[in-house]
Ligand binder design. Structure first.
Ligand SMILES: [Zn+2]
Length: 296
């Protein structure tokens, strides 16, 4: 894994899969903005930290997804660092029972087994109306961008470099993504539009890119998510249950569903698109012989 200098004391670790930014407080101490996956990234991240003699003084998370908080509790234990994130996201990952709010279709036993490592204790909760946070003497600005996750935030470092987390995705990811995830797509679209107002000198997208200007990337992201929603709309024929829609989408998008986790994952992604189509009144909900169905 390489380290890239974004600007001034703002750097990021290129894990291959994502960019994990960090802010250098001094020669030794850093604040990590997210901590990556446990599976496939922990070893590499640890190696980078050790090789550079870094000590993690704090972790500031964009949101509580598995690929962003995967090493929170591990690093907290190792470096005795503080963790800060949005209060609502902090509650979600505060226990396995709360994580089940997100992994609704999986049993608590499964959640514990597969996602238990995500459970961590957040020391500093960022409130909904909070616009900045000071960690170890460094001031970070907070932009609230809910939608991709319930209380996703973008973080601007003291170097005026903005970490956008998963609020935007890169062109590379757009090329490969069949249905990029959003918890509430309509809110996510509003948050993407909110980024037009930013005027930072650098922007870091978690999956993954560094940009000087993001105006076109915002346009293209919004068009991309909208076009995915419309592709789903196009395969809906007559009146269909969510399962019916899932069946045609899997076929038409050529998605491989090999196990129950993958099924639950695809279901979570699809639901937000179908809900979006319902919210923008492209779809109607009807009751048909006791079944809830979507129709145009
Ligand atoms: Zn995410």
């Amino acid at each position: 894994m390489d380290i890239i200098n974004v600007k001034g004391n703002t750097f990021c670790i290129d894990t291959g899969m994502s960019y994990i930014p960090f802010y250098k407080l001094n020669k030794k101490e850093i604040i990590m903005l997210d901590t990556g996956w446990k599976k496939g990234e922990r070893e590499g991240i640890e190696e980078v930290l050790e090789k550079n003699n870094f000590k993690v003084a704090a972790i500031l998370n964009s949101h509580a997804h598995i690929d962003h908080i995967g090493n929170n509790s591990y690093l907290k234990e190792k470096y005795n660092c503080v963790i800060a994130m949005s209060a609502y996201e902090a509650h979600i990952c505060s226990s396995a029972v709360n994580l089940k709010l997100y992994y609704q279709s999986q049993t608590l036993k499964d959640v514990k087994e597969h996602y238990g490592h995500m459970v961590c204790k957040t020391d500093i909760m960022i409130e909904e109306d909070q616009e900045s946070i000071t960690l170890c003497g460094a001031d970070f600005k907070i932009i609230h961008t809910p939608g991709h996750s319930p209380a996703h935030i973008c973080i601007i470092t003291p170097d005026d470099a903005a970490y956008l987390g998963d609020c935007l995705i890169s062109y590379e990811v757009m090329e490969g993504a069949k249905m990029p995830y959003a918890y509430i797509l309509s809110e996510d679209m509003k948050s993407k539009a909110k980024l037009y107002d930013l005027n930072c000198s650098k922007y870091v997208v978690a999956h993954k890119g560094i940009y000087d200007n993001i105006k076109k990337l915002i346009d293209d992201n919004m068009d991309f998510y909208e076009s995915r929603a419309m592709r789903i709309y196009e395969v809906i024929d007559g009146s269909m249950t969510m399962e019916d829609i899932m069946k045609v989408v899997i076929k038409s998008f050529n998605i491989r569903v090999t196990n129950a986790y993958r099924y639950a994952f695809i279901q979570r992604m699809l639901t937000s698109y179908v809900e979006y189509l319902y919210e923008i009144e492209k779809l109607k909900l009807i009751m048909d012989n006791g079944f809830l169905k979507y129709t145009k």
